[in-house]
Design a binder for this molecule. Structure first.
Ligand SMILES: [Zn+2]
Length: 176
């Protein structure tokens, strides 16, 4: 799947949800799709899981992580749900350890199927939580210097994402 199509899928989901005010209500978006979103007693090296059963879809996040991280995890699992849920009427489980949900993905070697899926889920999550149009709008409103750490901090606060997530999003949009 191309990056363009992944971003389009995230934007369409956001449009269908209707509320594009900040911060993006990612848990409500998931619930709007009939997905249960729960804190899971996950081992500490796991960030999140997506459990797809014929009658039930559940996203579990690690409750020990920061709110910004949990939001990204939910968005990432939503990415798997929208992009990789390819076996209708059967069960499927995605489990994400912390390493996989990091943002190195734009440069990751995409030769493995798993790496490609993680890259796609991260791309989807970033586009969902930090839509380009809203981000550009906020940048204009701020009139800060994007080379200034405080700007990235302020933007990440408004979008309720980690500063790392914001930094990589801006990098991918060629804003820093
Ligand atoms: Zn994943």
């Amino acid at each position: 799947m191309t990056i363009k199509n992944i971003i389009k899928a995230a934007e369409e989901l956001l449009q269908s949800f209707g509320d594009v005010s900040l911060p993006i209500r990612v848990e409500d978006i998931a619930r709007g799709l009939g997905i249960k979103v729960l804190a899971y007693p996950l081992e500490n090296d796991l960030s999140g899981v997506l459990v797809i059963e014929p009658e039930n879809v559940t996203i579990g996040y690690n409750q020990n992580e920061s709110r910004a991280r949990r939001r990204f995890t939910v968005a990432h699992e939503l990415g798997h749900y929208k992009l990789h849920n390819t076996r209708p009427n059967s069960s499927q489980v995605f489990a994400d350890d912390k390493f996989l949900v990091l943002f190195r993905s734009q440069n990751v070697n995409e030769d493995s199927e798993e790496a490609r899926r993680e890259f796609e889920a991260n791309t989807f999550a970033a586009a969902l939580l930090m839509p380009e149009s809203l981000l550009l709008q906020e940048i204009q409103n701020l009139e800060f210097d994007l080379g200034d750490e405080r700007t990235i901090k302020e933007l990440s606060r408004r979008f309720e994402v980690s500063t790392t997530a914001m930094y990589y999003r801006l990098l991918n949009l060629r804003r820093v």
